[in-house]
Design a protein around this ligand. Sequence first.
Ligand code: AVJ
Length: 329
Amino acid sequence: MDSKGGNQIRLNDFDPGLERFRAEVLSGLRKAQKELPSKYFYDEKGAHLFELICTLDEYYIPRTETSIMEVYIEEMAKILGWRVLLIEYGCGACAKTRILLDHLNDLAAYVPIDISREQLLRVMQQLTSDFPALEILPVCADYTSGFEIPIPRQHSDHVVVYFPGSTIGNFDPIPAKLFLEHIASVCGPGGGLLIGMDLKKDPNVLHRAYNDPQGITAAFNLNLLERINRELNCDFQLESFKHYAFYNSREGRIEMHLVSLKDQAVHLDNMTIPFTKGESIWTESSYKYNLDEFEQMAAAAGFRVEQVWTDEQQWFSIQYLVNAKRTTS
Ligand code: AVJ
C-alpha cells in the first residue's frame, strides 16, 4: 500500500490497476453473452455523468433516499448508537453521508471507500474542511477485492458500514449474499449495516429511470467503451453502439446493454472480437427486491433486520441490519 494525495488528504491506495481492468474486459468480451463489469463506469467522466443522472427527475433513487434520510435521521442516529466507526462502501459525492455526519453522536472516524480516485480526493478535500474535528481515512479501492481498513486514532464502540444508493443491486443474488456476508464480518458482533435498497415497483417507473430522454444514462453507459478505448488502446466505434435498458421482471432487475448496430469487429491486444448486428454487451444489472426477499438474503448472510424505513410510495428502503451474532446488551 502507498499513500498519496494532495494537501492534508492521505489516500490509502488499493487501486487494482490497469492489468486487472484489461483482464476483466478481455474475459467479459470472450463470453457468449458479452459483458463488462459495471464498477468500471466510474472513471472521472463516468463519476461526473453519474452525478448528472442523480439530478434527473426520472432517476428517483437519490431524491427518494435523501428524503427518507431527512425524515428519519434522528431515529437512525439513535439506533446506530455512539462512538461509531463509520465505513462507507462507494461514497461517490457523499451527498447522503453529510446528513449522517451531521447527526451521528460522537463519531469515532469516517472511512470512505471508492474506486474513483479523482472524485474521492476532491470530495474528501471539501469534507475535511467542512468537518475539521472528524478523522477521515479515505481508501481508494475496488471494494469487491482486497483492501485494508485503516486504523483510526480514536477508540470506537462498534462498526457501522454504510452502503447507500442501492449499489447492492449491481450484484447478482449469489454474489450479493456473499458480499453481505463479508460486510457482516467487517461489522463484527455489535456492528451493523445501514443500506439503501431499491424496491420492486411499476416497471414503467423503472424503465423511465434508466432511459432518460436527455440521454445522460446512455452517455454514462457508452462512456465505458470510451474508457476502454483510451486506457486499453482499443478501437470501439462509439457511434456503432447504442444504449439499451429494460426491466427483466422474471429476474427482478434492470439490465443495461450496449447493442451493436452493425456487424463489426473490435481489437484489443492481439484479439479480434466480432460483433453481429443486434448483439449486445451486458454492462449492468440493477436488482430490485421486495422487503421479504431482501430479509431472506440478509438472514442467509448473517444479518437480522433491525429497522426498515421507506418513503410514502414504497419505492425505496433504507434498512439497518445488525450482525445476528450480536450479544444482547
Ligand atoms: C449507483 C449502481 C445504484 O444501478 O441505479 C444509474 C447506477 N446505472 N443509472 C443504479 C446507474 C444507470 C446505479 N447504482
